[in-house]
Design a protein around this ligand. Structure first.
Ligand code: ADP
Ligand code: MG
Length: 356
């Protein structure tokens, strides 16, 4: 199969912006990697997306308010494709998840693929998760098949940990068997906490959390969330820990202690994810690897932890590259999800295509 030129677009649960990345791939092998970038969302779009996350469960699919936000979101994606500045055969458009309830066979990513195909003058692959949840899968994570392609030359077992708004792990066993799930919170609760206490959008460089002490009682209540004890496969909604956080006593802590406790929550949730064997190395991607407090907390619990740059990958571009890779898989009808990754019964293709 010839290599195609793909641009992947990912808008994660952090709502920080859209990541875009160019690569060459046939959907199985990864060829040349090209430019990547993040276009941050403006405060108004971020606030509107946040409101949609809260309201999505009650909204109909054709809600005009949703369509209006989706159009603005799509315009940012068109801009990101232009800013990449390289021709592509296909664009992988994840969109923004505003609802993820696989137990109800529901997952909802907003974004207007037809508009992107017209605006970018390029074929677009989109709706990557619906087929999986319709077939009884978790619909997430989808990155494992890309992690496996990248990790082919690495010693096993190895784990790739992505820390976005939520965190997800891909475990590749000594025999090549792949397991994956969302481990628990990523940066989401910490972002909200930092923001509420007058910081910008996150615990920048771990500065707030580094000044605090973990509150053992609050941490124990957070770790009692039933999600952590659930066996794989499992996946999370952005709002999943809302009730647990509210009842944990977190609100009574100082800003610094609260931040330190949330860092411990994220790291401990990873450590409690049961894997068949201890990975020889944990490679971390996503914005969470920029938080030194979080990296230290992970290292204390897991041992060999390094940013994915240690393997020569780009941890800010990885998820976007993944959706370029998956776009080519959609085009070729190759599976996106697997029993070990989403719990779906057999390897399952998915996604839809929109022509310019
Ligand atoms: N310098 C930094 N210090 C601390 N946290 C950071 C830093 N840079 C990024 N982050 C975290 O990374 C998040 C964005 O990560 P990202 O991988 O884009 O997540 P998502 O895929 O959910 O959008 C931010 O919300 C923030 O919590
Ligand atoms: Mg992001």
């Amino acid at each position: 199969m010839e290599m195609l030129r793909a641009i992947g677009l990912m808008s994660g649960t952090s709502l920080d912006g859209v990541d875009a990345a160019w690569l060459e791939t046939d959907g199985e092998r990864v060829g040349r990697l090209g430019p990547s970038l993040t276009l941050p969302y403006d405060a108004a779009l971020r606030a509107d997306l946040r409101r949609l996350l809260d309201r999505a469960p009650a909204l109909p699919r054709d809600d005009p308010g949703v369509a209006e936000v989706a159009a603005r979101l799509t315009a940012c994606h068109v801009e990101a494709v232009r800013a990449i500045g390289r021709p592509a055969d296909i664009v992988g458009f994840h969109g923004q998840t505003i609802l993820h309830r696989p137990d109800q066979r529901l997952t909802w990513q907003i974004g207007d693929a037809a508009l992107l195909a017209r605006g970018g003058g390029v074929r677009v692959a989109w709706d990557f998760r619906s087929a999986d949840v319709a077939a009884g899968g978790e619909g997430a994570p989808l990155a494992p098949v890309y992690h496996v392609a990248l990790a082919a030359p690495l010693p096993r077992p190895v784990a790739v940990l992505n820390i976005g708004g939520v965190a997800n792990v891909t475990y590749i066993g000594a025999d090549g068997a792949v397991l994956a799930c969302d481990t628990g919170p990523g940066n989401g609760p910490l972002d909200d906490w930092a923001h509420r206490h007058g910081n910008d959008a996150c615990d920048r460089d771990g500065e707030l959390s580094a000044q605090g002490r973990v509150d053992a009682g609050v941490l124990a209540r957070l770790l009692a969330d039933p999600y952590l004890a659930r066996p794989m496969p499992k996946s999370l909604d952005r709002l999943a820990f809302g009730a647990t956080l509210a009842a944990s006593g977190l609100a009574g802590l100082s800003p610094a202690d609260g931040a330190a406790t949330l860092v411990a929550f994220t790291a401990e949730a990873v450590a409690r994810t049961l894997l068949p064997q201890a990975p020889r190395r944990w490679l971390v991607c996503g914005g969470g690897r920029h938080n030194p407090s979080l990296m230290t907390a992970l290292r204390e619990r897991l041992g060999a932890v390094a940013p994915v740059e240690a393997a020569g990958w780009d941890g800010d571009a990885l998820e976007a590259q993944c959706f370029g890779f998956l776009a080519v898989r959609v085009l070729r009808g190759l599976p996106l999800s697997f029993p070990g990754t989403t719990g779906v019964e057999r390897p399952l293709p998915g996604g839809r295509l929109s022509e310019p």
